[in-house]
Every structure is written in structure tokens, then in C-alpha cells.
Design a protein around this ligand. Structure first.
Ligand SMILES: C[S@@+](CC[C@H](N)C(=O)[O-])C[C@H]1O[C@@H](n2cnc3c(N)ncnc32)[C@H](O)[C@@H]1O
Length: 240
């Protein structure tokens, strides 16, 4: 059943403005993104953390092929690295910035990984995939741009299969360093962004139907909140 958009016009306009700002920022940044110093100090450590978590999840479930979606994938470096894993059957990157998606498509053409990597232009709030399409869903350094974060986590849950793994990584703003870097610094620069507290992240993930939630603070240049959770196998259909 279609649901009515109940946002008041002013709030809706604010949300549209936030999306437009994010898209313009990343369309510009995409041209130099691969050379950014932020790669070394924050983005690459997130790639490594995801690799480790996926490895652990694979060990727990006894291995086997999997389909992966990276939301807010930027130029697709996490997927390009993960494509080296033979068990990764299909790897899809989705991003809201058309220029980021174009850069990722360049990478796909350059990478020799067969027909396994795909770039999709889209919005995290309306993932253009059927229910239970993926086994792994990652979202790194992008969540703070989403105007409706709880709705996005429900979308994550919708497209994951029973037993599927969610990895949601973003700035940790619950200590002094994180608050200064993310709530003050990044918010001043990027505007209209919101770094979620670890408590709210846990609540959104739980409310969306994920279980086995694990949260940790990863200390790199600035602290990163790593949220890992899975779709329960027995209750997967009931929670949807
Ligand atoms: C800081 S970059 C992170 C890219 C990559 N995940 C990484 O860690 O290097 C944030 C990305 O989120 C994307 N983004 C922002 N809002 C989005 C939305 N609503 N849906 C999908 N992607 C979005 C931006 O276009 C940008 O590429």
C-alpha cells in the first residue's frame, strides 16, 4: 500500500536542500577523491575493518558465495578490494552522486574481475533492489548525510537475506575527540549532516529487525563507530 508523504512542505524543502548539497559536494569531490588524504587516515581503515568483519562472518557461517551491496560507495574502493575474494559472486555499489558513480564505472572497466562489479546511481532511502537480494551490506562514511536514517536502516534490512550481515561505519561522536571532529568540524564544513550516537545507531538497527548487534569504537585519526549486525534466520520473514 502506498504511504502518504506527511512531511510539512518546509521540512521537505529542507530535506531536498540537504540532498542537493550532498550531491553537489560529492560531484565536485569525486574528481580528486582517490587522492584525498582522508583515504589514508579514515577511509582505508574502514575498508580493512569491513574486510575483517566479512571474514569473521564467513567463518561463522562456514563460508560460501555471497552477494554484497555497498551503499554510498563513492568511487567503489571497498568493492574493488573485496572483488579479490572468490566467494564474492556479485558486488554492487550504489551512490547518490552521478560523478562518483561514473568514477566507479571507470574503475570497473580497469579492474579485471569479470562480470561481478556493478555501479548503480540511487538513493539510500529507496534501494532499487528486490527484498532479500544481498548477503552483505556495507555503508561507510556516508550515513551522516541521510536525512531519514531510521528509514534507511529499514531499507538495509529489507534487501538483506536471512543470516545477512550489516556493516554500518561512520564517525563516532560520543567522546570529546569525536564530538570536536564530527559534530563541530565536519558539521561546520558539510552542513546538514548528522552523526548518530552509538545508542541511537543501536536502537535503529534493533528496531529495523537486526539482531546479534556488535558495536565498537575504532581509533584511527578520528574515532569511527563500527556497527555490525545480522538478520536473524528464524524470524527473518516475521520482522519484515
Ligand atoms: C565520504 S563519501 C564515502 C565514500 C566511501 N563509502 C568511502 O568510505 O570512501 C560519502 C558518499 O556518500 C554518498 N551519499 C550521500 N548521500 C547519499 C544518499 N542519500 N544515498 C546514497 N549515497 C549517498 C556521497 O555521494 C558520497 O559518495
Amino acid at each position: 500500500m502506498a504511504t502518504a508523504n506527511t512531511s510539512p512542505p518546509a521540512a521537505a524543502a529542507q530535506v531536498d536542500a540537504a540532498r542537493a548539497t550532498a550531491r553537489a559536494e560529492f560531484d565536485r569531490w569525486a574528481l580528486t577523491y582517490e587522492r584525498s588524504w582522508l583515504n589514508e587516515i579514515i577511509f582505508f581503515p574502514c575498508v580493512r575493518a569491513c574486510q575483517e568483519e566479512i571474514l569473521r562472518w564467513q567463518e561463522r557461517r562456514g563460508g560460501g558465495g555471497y552477494r554484497m551491496l555497498d551503499v554510498g560507495c563513492g568511487t567503489g574502493k571497498l568493492l574493488a578490494v573485496q572483488a579479490r575474494d572468490d566467494d564474492a559472486e556479485i558486488l554492487v555499489g550504489l551512490d547518490y552522486s552521478p560523478v562518483m558513480v561514473a568514477k566507479f564505472r571507470d574503475q570497473i572497466r580497469a579492474a579485471d574481475v569479470g562480470e561481478r562489479l556493478f555501479a548503480v546511481h540511487g538513493d539510500s532511502e529507496r534501494l532499487p533492489f528486490a527484498d532479500e537480494t544481498f548477503d552483505v551490506l556495507t555503508c561507510c562514511n556516508s550515513f551522516h548525510h541521510y536525512p531519514h536514517q531510521a528509514a534507511v536502516v529499514r531499507e538495509f534490512r529489507r534487501v538483506l537475506r536471512p543470516g545477512g550481515l550489516l556493516l554500518l561505519l561512520d564517525g563516532f561522536r560520543d567522546n570529546v575527540v569525536g564530538w570536536v571532529v564530527f559534530d563541530v568540524g565536519v558539521t561546520t564544513i558539510e552542513k546538514n549532516v548528522h552523526h548518530v550516537s552509538w545508542r541511537d545507531a543501536r536502537r535503529m538497527i534493533w528496531d529495523a529487525g537486526f539482531r546479534d548487534i556488535r558495536q565498537r569504537k575504532m581509533n584511527v585519526f578520528a574515532p569511527v563507530l563500527v556497527n555490525a549486525a545480522t538478520v536473524p534466520v528464524a524470524t527473518a520473514a516475521a520482522a519484515g
